[in-house]
Design a protein around this ligand. Structure first.
Ligand code: ADP
Ligand code: MG
Length: 138
């Protein structure tokens, strides 16, 4: 069993795709064990994406991530981190495989609908960024 953090990004919420994203995760056998809606400040978005601080797209990415509400969630299941990444597709929708969220629904490399943790250590940090232990189902 593994846990990972996913987020429906502001573009996904704006396009009424919260249910569509969750449906794809649930269909793959992943369990939603925590869920909320949030609207990040610029500082909070910068803290979440601190690993990308040196990247040229950091300012644009963090501005985008606080432009509207988001839906962070914790997903649990076998190999959850990889499963979520596979369902999301490549960062750039142009490179994403058919049938993935980003290929089917995303507009651009930045506005790509969904986030998913990329490793066990990042999953722990990212889950803790949004949820207390008491907010996650056992
Ligand atoms: P992923 O979300 O697939 O793990 P990264 O961790 O590399 O991708 O990047 C984090 C987020 O930053 C991406 O999901 C996307 O929103 C944005 N991003 C990544 N690369 C670029 C880029 N070249 N230009 C603009 N935004 C980008
Ligand atoms: Mg990433």
């Amino acid at each position: 069993m593994q846990r990972t953090l996913s987020i429906v990004k502001p573009d996904g919420v704006d396009k009424n795709l919260i249910g569509e994203v969750i449906k794809r995760f649930e269909k793959a056998g992943l369990k939603v064990v925590a869920l909320k809606m949030a609207h990040l400040t610029k500082k909070q978005a910068e803290g979440f994406y601190a690993v990308h601080k040196a990247r040229p797209f950091f300012d644009s990415l963090t501005t985008f991530m606080c432009a509207g509400p988001i839906v962070p969630m914790v997903l649990e299941g076998n190999d959850a981190i990889k499963k979520v990444r596979d369902i999301m597709g490549a960062t750039n929708p142009k490179d994403a495989a058919p049938g993935t969220i980003r290929k089917d629904l995303a507009d651009s490399i930045e506005s790509n609908i969904v986030h998913g943790s990329d490793a066990p250590e990042t999953a722990v940090f990212e889950i803790g960024y949004f949820f207390n232990a008491t907010e996650i189902l056992k």
